[in-house]
Design a protein around this ligand. Structure first.
Ligand SMILES: [Cu+2]
Length: 292
């Protein structure tokens, strides 16, 4: 059975053509405005300061463009149909009621499935790109998320004389992670207690830190600067204290920083440090107040 439209609709093709042109024009305008230079062009994403973040930004922009084109087309058709086939006077007859239009039903079943396959394909490709790991990363940092802060362990660094250099935060001290620009650092994520999530919005990357599981990812920072980081998993009472800062510096400054850490005499250990024992709690808080 073919789709039957009221006679009035036939022959008047001006409106759909105009609607299609409006959708096309708006999408072109939108695509042209999607530059990586401005926050509006990045659709509210932070300016990516890592190589991996560029891929995430592309996926984000692409997904929004596809969603807006689809949305524009659907809204356009809805508004067009409600306006074009509205009842004009009380004498208007009820238009032909169409049911069981097989080609149309096949189309609106298959088209969304194809769209989902395309979105899925792009997502998997981006995920594979950002999780790609080098055989030998330039640096490795063991990131320990512990209640309620972070400990950053720098391993295999010459300044450490085979020892692990670390910076440990507490509930009342926000730790600093230092990374060299243009070099790859692998984060080995460890948790001795509950699930945390290690993320830096400026890098557009984050990953769960799960007890008993060795999650890892690599980052190649592309711009020097100071970035904010946090725990992105509601992990317990003082989750909100799990902040840290990231300083992306030149490779020379990075070496200097490690030497400074080694020189303190308090920031080296024989093995990975899982946070300063007994110092997890913010000052004045007691272990029995802990609820998770
Ligand atoms: Cu946490």
């Amino acid at each position: 059975m073919s789709l039957q439209l009221p006679r009035r609709a036939a022959g008047k093709r001006g409106i759909p053509r105009t609607a299609a042109l409006v959708v096309l024009g708006l999408s072109t305008l939108f695509l042209a405005g999607c530059s990586d230079e401005t926050a509006a062009g990045r659709l509210a994403m932070p300016d990516p300061a890592s190589e991996q973040g560029e891929h995430i930004l592309n996926l984000w922009q692409g997904a929004w463009i596809a969603a807006l084109i689809t949305g524009g087309l659907v809204w356009g058709l809805i508004f067009y149909a409600t306006w074009r086939f509205r009842r004009r006077s009380a004498d208007d007859p009820i238009p032909v009621q169409t049911r069981y239009n097989l080609p149309l039903e096949i189309f609106y079943t298959i088209a969304p499935v194809i769209m989902v396959i395309v979105f899925f394909n792009h997502t998997v490709k981006t995920q594979n790109l950002v999780l790609e790991e080098s055989e030998r990363p330039d640096h490795t940092v063991y990131v320990v998320g512990q209640k309620w802060s972070w400990t950053f362990n720098y391993v295999e660094e010459p300044a450490g004389d085979g020892k692990v250099l670390f910076e440990a935060g507490t509930g009342s001290y926000i730790p600093k992670l230092v990374l060299p620009v243009g070099e790859t650092t692998r984060f080995e994520l460890r948790s001795p207690d509950v699930i945390h999530d290690f993320g830096v919005p400026g890098f557009l990357m984050k990953m769960d830190v799960i007890p008993g599981r060795n999650n890892h990812y690599e980052i190649k920072p592309t711009a020097e600067g100071t970035y904010r980081g946090a725990c992105y998993e509601l992990c317990g009472t003082y989750h909100s204290r799990m902040l840290f800062t990231v300083d992306v510096v030149s490779p020379e400054e990075y070496e200097d920083y490690l030497e400074e850490l080694a020189a303190t005499g308090k920031n080296d250990a024989d093995d990975i440090v899982e946070g300063p024992a007994g110092a997890y709690q913010p000052a004045g808080m007691h272990e029995d107040e802990e609820t998770s």
